[in-house]
Unconditional design. Structure first.
Length: 131
């Protein structure tokens, strides 16, 4: 079932959202100081392409630097990416099949706004970071 959801997600939301994340990642590379934001953007872009079967969890060793980067990220890219998620969720919610994906899209907004201090892991409990 996860594979079917991922394929439908990829066709109707994943490619567009991932392109947004990759664009902001490329823009974040330009000033050298925001390269960590670019890395986070690329990581989230890969996650947004194939989200079902993975989840985002808090990183226990995140510190003050993560909080500061979250503020910078939210002002530069997080707000705009969250608006993209909201627009995509509304478009997906028009159909019955799209409602679960619209809900999943809205669940991505907190990590979109504040990605630092989080990691992506398998939802079945396997150890290790996937993206």
């Amino acid at each position: 079932m996860r594979t079917v959801l991922n394929i439908v997600w990829l066709l109707f939301a994943g490619i567009e959202l991932a392109a947004m994340y990759f664009l902001f990642g490329l823009l974040a590379i330009l000033p050298i100081i925001t390269i960590p934001a670019a890395v986070a953007s690329f990581r989230m872009g890969v996650y947004v392409l194939w989200p079902f079967g993975r989840k985002v969890v808090e990183k226990p060793d995140a510190g003050v630097g993560s909080a500061l980067m979250n503020i910078v990220w939210f002002l530069i890219a997080g707000l705009w990416l969250a608006l993209g998620h909201i627009a995509t969720a509304f478009a997906l919610a028009i159909t019955i099949i799209g409602i679960p994906m619209a809900i999943a899209n809205l669940k991505l907004i907190p990590v979109t706004c504040f990605p630092f201090g989080k990691q992506i892991v398998a939802s079945d409990g396997r150890e290790g970071v996937l993206a």
